[in-house]
Design a protein around this ligand. Structure first.
Ligand SMILES: Nc1ncnc2c1ncn2[C@@H]1O[C@H](COP(=O)(O)OP(=O)(O)OP(=O)(O)O)[C@@H](O)[C@H]1O
Ligand SMILES: [Mg+2]
Length: 332
């Protein structure tokens, strides 16, 4: 098979990223310049600062992606860029760069939905899924349970009715006095804690596949206020994490069983959570399901997943016009 190589570009939030992916499943380079340290000062992403940092970082990151892949422009068959959803100013930096490069080098360009990128990170894992499969996407802004029939057919089984799983991790981490980004810090602290120490509520929503994480945030705030620091923080972190993980795992396994799916694929930043991975692995094994979780660097924002998501359309010879727009919000 002639290799088909895609340059991926991602700037939807606070990571400036570029990657070269071959045949939709082999990473030749994956470069990420994170701004997390800069935004940590404010406890969250400041959109204007993110856009300005993307302007500074993006071309060196693309250059580095080429250098690490050992390839040149002649070896690239197309460009895939995140154009929705995300911070519009941030998206514009990536999309403008991608358009200019596509025009100058005469390459086809496709816009990619960021969440479809998180989904396609699964095809970069060691044991990629085969269609049809069940996909759980748990990220900073989304929580989606999808039935994936093929590249173009996906059915939404459930989603969050309020906060996203990652947003809940970040907000509760803040309540616990942990720095931004909260998720990885809760994950670390929870390793030393008892997940059964505090019985935080789980929102089962009458057995539906939808999720709700705003109640647990209120419960954590109330608990911390009333407890006055008596309960060790690692126990609070582990118990909070367990409540989120248990809800995600139980609903996913239920959906897999009820839809007859044999493979579960998890993606998005929260998929990097060690307790979620361990719990999902155990439950999948017990229920005879195959589990795919990409390595942590492919769970959080990166451009390899964007290249992988753009690959099927580029391979078919499709492309978007250079008038490609950016969108702050767009559901899957
Ligand atoms: N180990 C971890 N445990 C729990 N949460 C984590 C972990 N690592 C990252 N996260 C969370 O994942 C989120 C970041 O994921 P991601 O980069 O996919 O989100 P985003 O791009 O900001 O949002 P979206 O993809 O929905 O647009 C943050 O909320 C972060 O706290
Ligand atoms: Mg993301």
């Amino acid at each position: 098979m002639t290799p088909f190589r895609v340059l991926g570009i991602e700037t939807s939030c606070d990571e400036s990223a570029a990657a070269v992916v071959e045949n939709g499943d082999t990473i030749l380079s994956n470069v990420i310049a994170s701004q997390a340290e800069i935004h940590a000062r404010w406890g969250g992403v400041i959109p204007e600062v993110a856009s300005r940092k993307h302007v500074e970082n993006l071309l060196p990151v693309i250059h580095s992606a080429f250098e690490r892949s050992g390839l040149n422009w002649v070896d690239i068959d197309g460009i895939a860029v995140t154009n929705r959803p995300g911070l519009v100013g941030a998206l514009l930096v990536g999309v403008s760069a991608a358009k200019a490069l596509a025009y100058v080098h005469g390459k086809p360009l496709v816009g990619v939905h960021h969440l479809v990128g998180h989904l396609y990170a699964n095809f970069l894992a060691k044991n990629p899924p085969l269609f049809p499969f069940l996909s759980l996407i748990v990220s900073g802004g989304h929580t989606e349970l999808l039935l994936m029939r093929d590249d173009n057919t996906r059915e939404r089984l459930g989603h969050t009715l309020d906060d996203a799983a990652g947003e809940c991790f970040d907000k509760c981490a803040r309540l616990m006095g942990l720095p931004y980004p909260g998720g990885p810090n809760v994950d670390r602290l929870a390793m030393e804690g008892d997940p059964l120490a505090v019985a935080f509520p789980r929102a089962w929503l009458g057995g539906s596949y939808d999720f709700s994480f705003s109640g647990i945030k209120t419960a954590v705030a109330r608990f911390l206020k009333n407890d006055g620091g008596k309960t060790p923080l690692p126990d609070v972190a582990a118990s909070f994490q367990e409540a989120v993980v248990e809800t995600l795992v139980r609903k996913t396994i239920k959906a897999a069983k009820e839809t007859g799916m044999r493979t579960v694929a998890v993606g998005g930043g929260v998929a990097a959570n060690r307790r979620l991975a361990a719990s999902m692995r155990r439950e999948c094994e017990e229920n005879g399901l195959r589990l795919v979780i990409p390595p942590p660097v492919l769970c959080t924002d990166n451009a390899a997943m964007i290249a992988a998501a753009g690959y099927p359309r580029l391979l078919k010879g499709e492309s978007d016009p250079l008038s490609l727009d950016t969108f702050a919000v767009e559901s899957l």
